[in-house]
Design a protein around this ligand. Structure first.
Ligand code: NAD
Length: 438
């Protein structure tokens, strides 16, 4: 059993804290957001994440998991202090380290003994040195700074953290390495590697992983655009690519562009780091540009379909979260599309199984928020699919076509096909990139 604290109780920090507690450790989750901590203390989970509620409740009950805004007392009782605060993009695209450095200084000010500071936030190369320097100014106590990037995926965060594909420990301190290997040993029973490396390698490995995944998405989106132009079907092309073991079958789906709290900001940040070091990443710059263009593909299809007369049209949107099984809408393609529709004076009805509250915070009363997917279809001139939640995959198309004023579907996630829609009264079906008029 170890005493640890996790600073930042968001999508990453809460999962990390709850999962470490589940392995028998005593975990204190710290946040500056007093409302969030108050909610958690009352047993309310502030985010939607499968399995999380059970793990949190179980460990709160066993008194292994507690929540506090008191950083100093949490640090004093912990050997290992994780930093899992946000690293949003600054104006120039670089990762803003303000929260990380605030947390580091807070830890340093509270130190009473040797501590291991583990940076779990996604941070640019050189951050461990900056954390060390900031802490040195405040404390004379000994400490080590470890870079331990997190690879969990929202929507499957608990499962990913419990069964990681790899664990990266960036440190040159044998003491810190030993402690972290022990802490992580229960998560490593399946023999997946624990990779020990320098701080710098660990920091850049996280960005490189997200950059590679974003590249696959933009690559497939561009191939899809080409497929449409030459009369090929991107699903058939995808199957052909997926059967090559060198390529693999993951992350090959064309869509409305990548979003979320990680890919856009991490691509921006690695491009920024590369410029700072005079090694521009030309591929990543193209990946970013291709993604911006991709977000407009559905807009263009809608403009063409409605003959540039979106004013007064009612558009139903199914799916607001940037991907299924999360309520996270940060940089979601839905935001760009809704803004576009409102700019063109369309009225918008929306439904998402988890992200309604988050969306209300942004668009307030500008949208019609519906209780279920069918309510959103009432009198709609088109339905747009933006998140591939399972419950949207096999709707009652007869009901759908009856409820809508004009049964037209813009499928931003390619979850339907011409085959599936045959026999139903659907006026037009658009996808990425398999435009079909039925
Ligand atoms: P988040 O915004 O959900 O949570 C961050 C939390 O930190 C917030 O609750 C905020 O109030 C708190 N915070 C900010 N400053 C603080 C301080 N000084 N002391 C205490 N708490 C403070 O962010 P997130 O999605 O959990 O991401 C955290 C980090 O993990 C980011 O660097 C992100 O890139 C990285 N990451 C995220 C994911 C993901 O899927 N969300 C996956 C891997 C890595």
């Amino acid at each position: 059993m170890m005493n640890i604290c996790v600073i930042g109780t968001g999508y990453v920090g809460l999962v990390v804290g709850a999962c470490f507690a589940d392995m028998g450790n005593e975990v204190r989750c710290v946040d500056v957001d007093a409302d969030k901590i108050a909610k958690l203390r009352k047993g309310k989970i502030p985010i939607f994440e499968p399995e999380l509620e059970d793990v949190v409740k179980r460990n709160v009950l066993e008194k292994r998991l507690t929540f506090t805004t008191d950083l100093a007392s949490a640090v004093k009782k912990s050997l290992i202090c994780f930093i899992a605060v946000g690293t949003p993009p600054g104006e120039d695209g670089s990762a803003d380290l303000k929260h990380v450095l605030d947390a580091a200084k807070g830890i340093a000010a509270a130190m009473n003994d040797y501590k291991i500071i583990v940076n779990k936030s996604t941070v640019p190369v050189g951050t461990a040195d900056k954390v060390r320097a900031a802490m040195r100014k405040v404390t004379t106590h000994p400490f080590d700074v470890v870079s331990n990037p997190e690879f969990l995926k929202e929507g499957a965060a608990v499962a990913d953290f419990m069964r990681p594909s790899r664990i990266i420990i960036g440190t040159n301190s044998p003491k810190a390495e030993h402690a972290l290997k022990e802490l992580y040993s229960p998560f490593n029973r399946t023999g997946k590697p624990i990779l020990v490396m320098s701080n710098a390698s660990a920091e850049i490995a996280k960005y490189a992983a997200n950059a590679m995944l974003a590249t696959r998405i933009s690559f497939m989106n561009e191939i899809a655009n080409l497929a449409e132009a030459v009369g090929a079907d991107i699903e058939e092309v995808r199957n052909a690519l997926a059967s090559d073991p060198r390529i693999g079958n993951k992350f090959l789906f064309a869509g409305v562009g990548y979003g979320g709290s990680c890919f856009p900001k991490d691509v921006k940040a690695i491009i920024h780091t590369a410029h700072q070091h005079h090694r521009p990443l030309l591929v990543m710059e193209a990946v970013q540009a291709a993604n911006e263009r991709q977000k407009k593909v559905l807009q263009e299809k809608m403009q063409t379909h409605f003959n540039h007369q979106l004013k007064g049209k009612r558009i139903a949107i199914w799916g607001l979260a940037f991907k299924p099984n999360t309520d996270d809408i940060r940089e979601a393609p839905s935001l760009t599309l809704i803004e576009f529709l409102l700019r063109h004076h369309a009225s918008v009805s929306v439904f998402d199984p988890a992200a309604m509250e988050e969306t209300k915070k942004i668009f307030t009363n500008k949208l019609k928020y519906c209780k279920n997917s069918y309510e959103a279809l009432a009198e709609a001139d088109a339905l747009v699919i933006l998140t591939e939640w399972n419950e949207f995959r096999y709707p009652d198309f007869t009901k759908l076509s009856t409820l809508m004023r004009h049964p037209v579907i813009f499928d931003g996630r390619n979850i339907y096909s011409e085959e599936m829609l045959k026999g139903y009264r659907i006026d037009a079906y658009y996808s990425i990139e398999r435009t079909t008029r039925l």
